[in-house]
Every structure is written in structure tokens, then in C-alpha cells.
Design a protein around this ligand. Structure first.
Ligand SMILES: [Zn+2]
Length: 177
């Protein structure tokens, strides 16, 4: 395998250790990948304003665009809004979802698995309840969910419906999570 000398660390490395560059005859950068990444890291540390400083900085602009995309996506109406009810021995757990309930439940199971490893990081009502239970019991509860309402709407509509049902149940003296 052919190799090339990195002008920065002065080590001879195989060609796959160099990024492509159209500026050089051999089509590769003069410094190795390791040095290139290292330089980027140092540059970001040296110029924090460019990346994080003001509203126009690189990461803030990038992040903001993602937030807007996300909000637009969530505000679109879909046919998949559901209110899910799970009966537990302590009360009723309600959830609003815009996905197929099974997908939502599976992602909750995954969250629960992660939660086992990072207990402090997840503190939703759902987690608070499940944290005190054995995994098997928790999953059994999730497998016995009921869809109590299905409609077309936005995420906002789904939350509003959940609050409505929650208040209705509470007024009947039911404990709701
Ligand atoms: Zn190097």
C-alpha cells in the first residue's frame, strides 16, 4: 500500500489516513486525518465566538434551523393522533401520540432501557412511575394499553385532548399520571 508523509506530525502514513483535496496533485491533503481533526478542534477552541458567540454564529444558526424544521413538522396535522390509556395499580397513565401506538410504546420501552443506565436524566411522569417497578412488570403494563381516542390533528391538538380527558377522569376521582 502506498504511503505519504504528513507535513505536520512528520509521520509516514498510508493513503487512507489522508482526506481528499482537489488542491493537491495526488488528490489528498498534506496533513493526515488525525492532524486535520486536531487542527479543527484547536481552531474551534480558539474562536468560540465564531461557533457559539452571537446569534449569527455557526452552531446557533444551524441549531435554529433544525428547531424551526422540527416545530413545523410537529404543527402539521396527521391522521395518527391517539390518546393512549394504561391502567396501573396506582392509577391511570395517559399519553398523547401522533404515531402508531405500538411505535410510541416501543420507543417508551427503549427510553425505559436507557433510563436504567441514566436514571437521573429522564424524569417524565412515565419514568417516575416505571422507575420503581421491575422491568417485566413495566413492559406488561405497556403491552396492555388501550387507545381511547383517535383523531386527525396536530401535536397541540393531541396534548389538548389529553388534558381534557385527564381533567375529566380527575373530576371522577381517578388518579391520573
Ligand atoms: Zn499528521
Amino acid at each position: 500500500m502506498k504511503s505519504k508523509l504528513c507535513y505536520q506530525c512528520r509521520k509516514t502514513k498510508t493513503l487512507d489516513q489522508f482526506y481528499n483535496s482537489c488542491l493537491n496533485k495526488d488528490g489528498l491533503q498534506n496533513m493526515c486525518k488525525e492532524c486535520s481533526l486536531d487542527n479543527n478542534r484547536k481552531y474551534r477552541k480558539k474562536h468560540p465566538d465564531y461557533y457559539w458567540g452571537n446569534e449569527n454564529s455557526y452552531f446557533r444558526r444551524k441549531y435554529q434551523e433544525k428547531v424551526v424544521d422540527y416545530q413545523n413538522e410537529r404543527s402539521k396535522a396527521t391522521d395518527n393522533c391517539s390518546i393512549i390509556k394504561v391502567e396501573t395499580e396506582d392509577g391511570i397513565w395517559l399519553a398523547a401520540t401522533r404515531r402508531r401506538p405500538s411505535l410510541f410504546i416501543n420507543s417508551k420501552k427503549q427510553e425505559w432501557n436507557i433510563n436504567q443506565r441514566h436514571t437521573d436524566k429522564f424524569k417524565s411522569n412515565f419514568q417516575r412511575y416505571l422507575c420503581s417497578k421491575e422491568k417485566k412488570i413495566a413492559f406488561k403494563i405497556l403491552d396492555n394499553y388501550q387507545v381511547i381516542k383517535q383523531f386527525k390533528g396536530t401535536m397541540k391538538d393531541a396534548y389538548a385532548q389529553r388534558i381534557l380527558i385527564q381533567n375529566e377522569l380527575k373530576s371522577k376521582g381517578v388518579k391520573v399520571f
